[in-house]
Design a protein around this ligand. Sequence first.
Ligand code: ZN
Length: 474
Amino acid sequence: MYLLRIFLWLSCFCVSASELTSIENIETFATNYHLDLNINTQTSSLSGSATITAKNQGKSPVSVIPLRLYRLLSVTGVTSSTGKPLNYTQRVVSNRDDTLFQANYIQLLLPDAILPEQEVVFTVNYSGHIKGYTETGMGYIKDDISPEFSIIRMDAYAYPLITVPDDKVNRASRFWQKRYNYTADIEVDNGLVVANGGTLIGVTENQGRRVYSYKNQKPSWRMDFMVAPYTVTKGHGFKLFTLPGNKHATHYIEKAKQTISLYENWFGQRQSTGEFSFIEIPKGFGAQADVSAIIQDSEGFVEVTRLYHELSHLWDPRSNESYSPRWNEGKATFLEYLTDSRLNKMASLSSHMTDVLKRAQKQFAKQPKYLTTAFEEYGKVGLNAYSVGALFFALLHHELGEEKFNHLLRSFYVAHVKSGASTSDFIFALRDLNDPDIDWVLSRWVNSLAFIEDISNATSFEHFITLSQRKDKI
Ligand SMILES: [Zn+2]
């Protein structure tokens, strides 16, 4: 037994990414997924298949498609659209730029190269376990399969993603900007409910188990399926999935309704229809906002400011840049507190923003990179823009006044909702206002480090505003 274990261990020994065919450029992207998965909570495992339609969006023929799956998920076969077996290799490898991060790296070898603009359909059959990625430092990826809670999402590579074990190459491909459609049949034990932000097509019985069939509402860049003994509450265009013991569902739905109507009033109608889902996940699994769902832990159902934050993201045009200063996180953080001050009598914007100011000052003290980095470089160097960005948006709100501020965001959303937007698009929109007060703000925040002084020297939010304002204001 001992020898057998050693043999098994050796046969699974990981190779480094560099020993495989090196792919320096990803040009093939998924345009459609069909997942057919069986979730077995007794054995803490899943099995099934992903049928992927992939399109060559590059300029040269592609004969190898790189895919990654979670490190404990093995491919049992890959077939063509006609059911013919296809050749592939699979190996657990560490990322070239992050040796703690391991994934099963699959290279699908196509019999005929796909030409530019052509599509190929193939099915990856796979099975195994998911045990999270906390060892990589991504503490929120605690993903597992258990009777209490299971999660199938891209963060843990629970389905094949066209990527390589080199994040520099993945980032350059901007794969997250490539949207796809999906359908999914997820089979679970009776008594468990599958939650997803898409449209529920139906639930069928299969030998004492249930198959939940979902279809995306809008082209998406991620698919999340949560399995738990959920309670489902419906109404007012919302659908709420709560875990046992959640007593805040009614209050939460009420707050969501109020927030949506406040934002529609401020920023106009959202350019999407369909049901919006709120899905509870256990604590520490990380919040997500998608085109049709908000996924957050039980704390989020109590701390309604997080609801305000996530709902405000629904009015973000998608980002067209690989590195952005994540100004939309700053905007969402500011709107979170502005909304709280409007909907809750006890909350004050000024005291919220003074807390944000203190948090930014603490970040400056802890991470000296903040003291030498321009705001538009935050994404590139890995700094977060929640607090500093919130101060920027609070300053814009103060200088423009609420009506002009809302008009700016409303027209920016309408102008970019289809095309997406970059930081420089937003800066152009600000310059277009031809407002000397805003030009002054931009002179301290864009291509300048002057805003760092304003934040560092301020003792309160009001003081920060005074330090940041144009001095010769009439
Ligand atoms: Zn956010």
